[in-house]
Design a protein around this ligand. Sequence first.
Ligand code: BGC
Length: 287
Amino acid sequence: MEEASAEYAHLPRPVLPRVAPQELLLGQKALVTGASSGIGRAIAISLAHAGADVVVNYVADEDRAQELVEQIRALGVRALAIRADVGDETQVGEMFRRMIEELGTIDILVNNAGLQQDAPFHELTLAQWNKVLAVNLTGQFLCARAAVREFRRRGVRPNISCSAGKVICVSSVHEVIPWAGHVNYAASKGGVMLMMKSLAQEVAPYRIRVNSICPGAIRTPINMQVWETPKAYNELMKLIPYKRIGEPEEIGRAAVWLASDYADYVHGISLFVDGGMTLYPGFQTGG
Ligand code: BGC
């Protein structure tokens, strides 16, 4: 690998001023993939509340994406919706080109787009395997690569942020918890974990920060069947020591912190936001 960025090595430890929450990301340009619903939508709103201009990426639901753009603009920041399938190299390239044309650059990429196509392993089709890997893993690769290229081209702008750019991968507790019946999904998230950490190691000298957020059970359409009836909810609680489901805004707040300079020394981590789901809840009483 080429000798990286000695130009930043001499920079002193940043001294951060206290900033109001609505100014934490002031002047920064964020792209949130899969932002028209669920966790992505909440992250887009949280970043906008913190002062960032936001690109709302979506693949199908144009009306919901436009609605979100209006809601974000009402907060006094810029927003636009861009349609792109994150698993498609050409569409990703075009999305970044448009973002940079409209907003000038990118400071924060939130790699959120993801889906589940569940089946018992012996019935899992190659199409289901490929689709989940294409969106959840290849999509994160393609978007991260495009963002890193722009971060490296542009470098640090000290009046905007201590770092040259941030990549936040939305992973899952299932990057470490095996998940029967969801092998394609768990494989994709396990892949995100080592993609994120390897990339973090590689681009750190360029002052590019790369981290993941790993949500547990969050109340969104993707997992409706585990929270919509009291019976299902009670079953779910057996897996959550904190005894409640998470809300999308809680992932939004984690994303704001990770993207902000308050987390400038946080690099290459998986931040679990899961009410303790990764704590082997069965051992609370067993073992
Ligand atoms: C999945 C949800 C699931 C949660 C906890 C997430 O990554 O998308 O369907 O409820 O993990 O198991």
